[in-house]
Design a protein around this ligand. Sequence first.
Ligand code: LLP
Length: 420
Amino acid sequence: MNHFDYRDGTLCCEDVSLTAIAQAVGTPVYVYSASTFRRHARVFREALAGLNRVHLAYAIKANPNIAVLRVIADEGYGADVVSGGEMARALAAGIPAKDIVFSGVGKTRAELTKGLDEGIGQFNLELEEEGVVLAEIAASRGQVAPAVLRVNPDVDAGTHAKISTGKRDNKFGVPIDQAPAMFDRLAPLDGINLRGVAIHIGSQLSDLSRLEQAYARVGALVAELRAAGHVIDRVDLGGGLGVPYKDGDTFPEPAEYGAMVARATEGWDVELMFEPGRVIAGNAGVLLTEVIWVKPGVTDPYVIVDAAMNDLMRPALYDAFHDFVAVTPTGERMTANIAGPVCETGDTFAMGREIDAVKSGDLAVFRTAGAYGATMASTYNSRPLVPEVLVDGDRFAVVADRIAAETILGAERVPEWLAK
Ligand code: LLP
């Protein structure tokens, strides 16, 4: 069931019309469907139901809004975090520390210490030295840090280069062939319980065979580590499952992924951890925007909307496609370029695309903006920080305020020696 659908000619999120949200909150604004987060969380869980021991850690980087975290935590998910800030959010949303996995290639000593303070469930080590430092800090406090070693399997995930993480020259993980020797050195240290391995080869993956290949390499590593006498009871399989952004895009269903995981991990006898982000959040949100102008262009007109690259960076950063539809379509179509007000040519959402015909003052949405949308927003061009609304049935609430440009200005100051 689609929770963003037309009723009486108006696009709604669940039982709330987007026109009503625009009137109440203004635009641009992200609008999320709580029922969609819940449904995706359940579908993903059910896809893995055949496996023995599973830990689900929602990758909160995809959409870290605290209300969203609450909805997903209520579905029994822990959190995958990559910074002290994300850890604080997960805890603030009521996710138990033991269900938090701490990933990230540049965790600082302060962040590692904070993780130990909170008693988080797992540190995913990205390099040997990080393991040594974590063990030292933990031992000095009489603690033992639960940890796994992230390996880089040297598999091309077949996704956009900027979100590919499992090739040998990417910055993530340790080379898989060096992992056994690192295990031998790290596992005996006081202060660390090195209990498994982790992997994450990229995001928006469309080809399960690449993941399966990476998992096979992890399976061989687990066997090798056990043969060397190491106790391996966890494997973190990361996130990465892609979602359709365009009509007609086909992506592996969570059930196909679940079947592949069951096949690839047969006989591993470990707790399997998963870090899904986009597959839970992507299609649970839209960016609602108002058309400011329709400006004549040389070939096609420019539809200038009040959302810009600072609100939704994905098109400018990855040439990503986000479907654009009118909130109250007339049935007429037009071919147009869609752009925001920011002073960069790259602030363009689409070129020469056939879309619903729109005019100045009309509302429209960019679809599939629930993941890596608001969380990547900035205030470039001194634009306000985009607000977020959560819809749940016929209720909605502003779950993140629009941070006014004046508020941001208020955090800046001219030093005394420059002030007149
Ligand atoms: N685990 C780790 C260690 C990760 O680095 C990521 C994403 C995930 C899990 C979640 O992956 P997902 O299931 O969402 O694919 N900003 C980019 C995506 C960056 C993904 C970074 N890592 C975009 O907008 O496409």
